[in-house]
Design a protein around this ligand. Sequence first.
Ligand SMILES: C[S@@+](CC[C@H](N)C(=O)[O-])C[C@H]1O[C@@H](n2cnc3c(N)ncnc32)[C@H](O)[C@@H]1O
Length: 361
Amino acid sequence: MTSNDSNAAQRARFEPMVVAAGQDGRRLAALASLALRIGLRGRVYQLAIQARACAPDDVEVAADTQHLIGHSVPRWHFSMLQDAPRNAAFDAAIRRAVTPGTHVLDIGAGSGLLSMMAARAGAGRVVACEHYPVIADAARRIVAANGYDRQIRIVTGNSTELDRDADLEGHADVIVSEIVSNNLLAEGVLDTLADAAQRLLAPGGQMIPSGGDVMVALASWSGAEALRTHTVSGFNFAQFDALAQVPRTVSIGDPTLLLHSAPTALLAFDFAAPAPAEPHRGNATLVTDGGPIGGIVQWIRLRLDAEGTYENRPGPGASSHWSAHFYPFDTPLDLPVGAPVHITGVHDGHRLLLWPQDSAL
Ligand SMILES: C[S@@+](CC[C@H](N)C(=O)[O-])C[C@H]1O[C@@H](n2cnc3c(N)ncnc32)[C@H](O)[C@@H]1O
């Protein structure tokens, strides 16, 4: 029996165990812990809150449930909220798009930030959808605490299940979303936004962002070399490197990450267009500035509206909660200034693969 089978068996027995726990706070906290272990993340918060309500003076239940709730929410929600350049770029685009009375749909509301920006900009009505119940509940509390609960309605659910009339009371004039990942599309962005543009957006309405680009450049990064497994305790472990994850994740402000060609948009996506049936392919020629080149670095650029873009281009002092991805060459290159390196990329909506066309690289 694999651990997946065993988890599936535990999931089947789970709800009867909750019923059997009744009002016992410690048993409910233990079930919240089990829910996390067997992949029932959506149940963790509810059970933890129930456990606290049943044992309000039990400090062990309080500590246990705090730990469990924290572990059921992805960490990046916190760094994302602190990403000031991202927030400012969205706020500016939302202010440009929203006029008094504008009907806004926020897809992937998270804790409600973009919805509140729209409400603050004067939107008449904001519907915010968030498919993760814990986060949607938090958004409701945050929106109320900021006094926007009359303008903003949070719907718990996936945007693809929204009914235009029942949930939205008609087409949205503006659809705002921020569901992009380090490689732009890994959260199913194209299908989600194509569906929204087709079913939920008013004719002539605006999507923010309207599109996005996968950006690339030649680069050196000494961190990549440091991650290679060579010798460990005097033994040769070079073969283990064949199992290493590619691409490597690197902070865009890493001082050892240096670009060695002009930034180039390798793949461009229009978020209002029908989702492509085939993976998206692109080629680019990157011209080296003569530095030592260890591979290709990739980051993202969002076309927010006709006036504004957001880009997490790597560089000294740059910061973003999105990381860059580094695709190392087998052997670092030492090319003269002006030498071209031809690369290809393919994005299937989840995975992004990049490689140099010259197999010798
Ligand atoms: C990157 S966060 C952005 C949160 C917030 N909009 C912000 O900018 O601070 C994306 C959120 O969208 C949610 N999400 C992703 N795709 C969704 C969809 N199709 N429908 C509803 N929620 C979605 C995720 O659960 C996550 O909380």
